[in-house]
Design a protein around this ligand. Structure first.
Ligand code: CDV
Length: 308
């Protein structure tokens, strides 16, 4: 048995006016709860440190850059790293990253139990658009403010398990999980900011949006025989609601823990990494059963090409 007690630390809304320091204080409060519950690892959402700023149209690059971190840890987040290290809890969280040479990424990091950053992932599947869209009920400007990640989908050995990360929209793409599955991933951690309303289909119900979120993550878990921890930033951010629905899914695709609120909330589960073994050695033993000679289209083309 390789048990890791995992906490999915859902965050409630973060308003534009909230400071990084105030957010970090809330993250530390969740970490305190996690320590009480015996967590070994705590996962926070996408862009945890700020409001979901890609909903706002900005033309001034200095204003855009004010949402980005140029180093990690930094003055605002150092107390979080210190607290996690003190508890011996590994953490993962998302933030907007500006690199020294001026690139902008939607990033997540993973630490070990000593607070050392051992993994970094930069979001690959950026949703939305790059110019102001008058047809939408609200903007989703990730394609304007971020570049697609340049690191692929790496997997790291941490706490005696193979771990990987994905971010929000990545969870809807089977390729995300499979590329990590092919590296033996046992735990996929992903944070999200998903609007409760579809900006291009106003009558789409929340129930359907939660279903699609669950469906994507539980399928990824089952088809790659791994744990998936999906963590929301939820609630009303300056009049823009984000859906909750944080879950922990086991390697059989079952939801074993689910958030009940749309605020700051910790859900936990003792996740045995050895539960991945059966699926990886039988129905999803990739080496025996995959037929790559028929998968060429997956990497050779992006959009649909109908047969002649
Ligand atoms: N932050 C995201 O990537 N949000 C997308 C929305 C735009 C659908 C998501 O897949 O949840």
């Amino acid at each position: 048995m390789r048990e890791i007690v995992i906490g999915a630390a859902q965050m409630g809304p973060i308003q534009k006016a909230d400071t990084r320091e105030a957010v970090v204080a809330r993250m530390i409060a969740l970490l305190d709860q996690a320590a009480e519950k015996g967590c070994d690892l705590v996962v926070f959402p996408e862009l945890t440190l700020t409001t979901f700023f890609p909903r706002w149209w900005m033309e001034d690059q200095a204003e855009v850059d004010s949402w980005f971190e140029t180093e990690m840890p930094n003055a605002a987040t150092q107390p979080l790293f210190d607290k996690a290290k003190g508890y011996g809890i590994a953490i993962s969280f998302g933030y907007a990253e500006k690199t020294p040479d001026g690139h902008h990424y939607n990033t997540s990091i993973l630490t070990d139990r000593e607070g050392n950053i051992v993994g970094k992932y930069r979001k690959v599947h950026l949703p939305g658009h790059s110019e102001y869209d008058t047809e939408r009920a609200f903007q989703h400007l990730e394609k304007r403010y971020f570049e697609p990640g340049d690191l692929g989908f790496p997997v790291w050995k941490n706490m005696d398990a193979w771990m990987g990360m994905a971010i929000c929209n990545d969870r809807r793409w089977p390729e995300t999980y499979r590329v990590m599955g092919l590296q033996g991933v046992e735990l996929v951690m992903l944070g999200y900011n998903t609007p409760s309303v579809n900006s291009q289909m106003s009558d789409e119900g929340l129930e359907k949006r939660i279903y699609h979120s669950d469906l994507s993550m539980t399928a990824g878990a089952y088809q790659n025989a791994c744990w998936v921890v999906g963590v929301a930033k939820a609630g009303d951010e300056d009049g823009h609601p984000l859906m909750a629905g944080s879950i922990i899914a086991d390697p059989n695709g079952f939801v074993v823990a689910r958030a009940e609120t749309d605020g700051d909330e910790l859900i936990t589960h003792a996740c045995d990494m050895d539960l991945c073994n059966f699926g990886k050695e039988t129905i999803f033993d990739f080496k025996r059963h995959r037929r790559v000679e028929h998968y060429g289209r997956i990497t050779a083309q992006t959009g649909v090409e109908y047969p002649e």
